[in-house]
Ligand binder design. Structure first.
Ligand SMILES: [Fe+2]
Length: 163
């Protein structure tokens, strides 16, 4: 692929990641509002919300280094996750479970997106982007792994509370 096309692919990928992180922000905020009964989950999501803001800033900085303005990007809702984000709005008895599944799926999606972006950055010859993208990728992986480790105990606590 010619260098110009690689750069375009990278910018398109960064724009998608920008939209993805906007969705992440919404998904996290909606859950944090409603997680008073699961304070440890709430605290970890709050920490990840702070990480998400920094991830957004990293994407903006890379876009700006490429001469693209992040502020003009339209964050079109990703259809894959539109329903998940909407579901986080609906009060349901088992919302903590559904949201845990959705968050786990979302964090894995984000990890995949960053892994791909790192490969594109290498191919497109933008080495300065690799460190920040790797940092975000590691944060997503850590979040996915933590959520996975909590599914058992969150489910058991949900059962106890429902009893
Ligand atoms: Fe994330």
């Amino acid at each position: 692929m010619p260098q110009e096309a690689l750069k375009n692919l990278f910018v398109a990928g960064l724009s998608n990641a920008h939209a993805m992180e906007s969705q992440a922000e919404q998904l996290l905020k909606r859950q944090i509002e409603r997680l008073d009964e699961f304070p440890d989950l709430k605290a970890r999501l709050q920490t990840h919300l702070d990480e998400t803001y920094r991830q957004q800033q990293r994407i903006d900085a890379i876009l700006e280094s490429l001469g693209e303005s992040a502020s003009t990007l339209k964050d079109t809702a990703m259809s894959l996750f539109g329903n998940l984000a909407a579901a986080a709005h609906i009060p349901a008895d088992d919302e903590v479970l559904k949201n845990s599944f959705a968050s786990f799926a979302f964090e894995n999606y984000e990890t995949a997106a960053y892994k791909s972006l790192i490969a594109i950055a290498e191919s497109a010859g933008v080495p300065s982007a690799i460190g920040p993208l790797r940092q975000s990728c590691e944060e997503e992986e850590a979040m996915a792994s933590w959520l996975s480790s909590q599914l058992d105990s969150v489910t058991r606590r949900f059962i106890q509370k429902a009893a």
